[in-house]
Design a protein around this ligand. Structure first.
Ligand code: ZN
Length: 249
């Protein structure tokens, strides 16, 4: 595998020509509880890995990961009552992304790809991009922004995850645990909690229920494996590459 080119390793005298006509890849993560078996930065490590792979696949430049996300919600991330979940409010997050993109807009890059790893970020990233589009900061460029799971084809899910609970409930579940077993096995603890009542998608419910999760896990982890992880990683890597080529026009 050839090396990843880091935007941050370039010098100021190099950067303008180095990005000309290139793809800028920006991973956006989060710092959030992921049950008793996974570290707090799962939502950062996974998009970082996909972003590194894409940077190699399309000879793009990798921007530094944005490590702090918007809030965690009980029916998709477990919620804020768990220690270690760190967040900023949605308006701050939108402003941060927008101002970052505005400050990059003087560089002659051709395509921006944002790879998100934290479920609740998605709408805010799209809002920030649309504000930038309206303001003209993305003019002349193509943009592709997505959460990594949006690149998973239904056929892959049917083949590998027969009891799939839906992506909203895949928090600290079989896919994230399997990807972590593939990418960073040294960070995965031995416990594998299951939760047999995954939440419905698109529902916010008060009062919060104590049994909404099992130790912050919303669905199933006991069948996670590095084999599923490597299959999922390679599948998503390929889908991202194809999607990015298509979006270039
Ligand atoms: Zn996660």
């Amino acid at each position: 595998m050839s090396a990843v080119t880091l935007f941050s390793d370039l010098t100021s005298t190099q950067v303008h020509e180095a990005v000309r006509g290139k793809v800028l890849v920006w991973p956006i993560g989060g710092l959030e509880q992921h049950g008793p078996h996974l570290p707090l930065n799962v939502d950062a490590l996974i998009p970082q890995a996909f972003a590194e792979a894409l940077s190699v696949d399309v000879q793009g430049l990798l921007l530094p990961l944005l490590p702090i996300s918007v809030r965690s919600l009980p029916q998709s991330g477990g919620g804020l009552q768990f220690p270690g979940t760190v967040f900023v409010e949605g308006g701050t997050f939108i402003d941060f992304i927008g101002q970052t993109l505005r400050s990059l807009s003087g560089l002659p890059y051709r395509q921006l790809v944002i790879i998100n790893g934290h479920y609740e970020n998605e709408g805010f990233i799209f809002e920030a991009l649309d504000q930038m589009r309206q303001g003209g900061a993305l003019q002349g460029r193509s943009v592709l922004a997505f959460s990594w799971w949006s690149m998973v084809r239904p056929e892959w899910v049917q083949e590998h995850l027969p009891e799939f609970p839906g992506w909203h409930a895949e928090h600290a579940g079989i896919t994230e645990t399997s990807l972590m077993l593939h990418l960073h096995p040294e960070l995965v603890r031995a416990e594998r909690p299951d939760h047999d009542r995954p939440p419905r998608a698109g529902v916010y419910q008060l009062p919060l229920r104590d049994d909404a999760s099992n130790q912050g896990v919303l669905a199933m982890t006991s069948t996670a494996s590095a084999e599923i992880g490597v299959s999922l990683f390679e599948h998503v890597r390929e889908q991202i590459k194809v999607g990015v080529m298509d979006a270039r026009g």
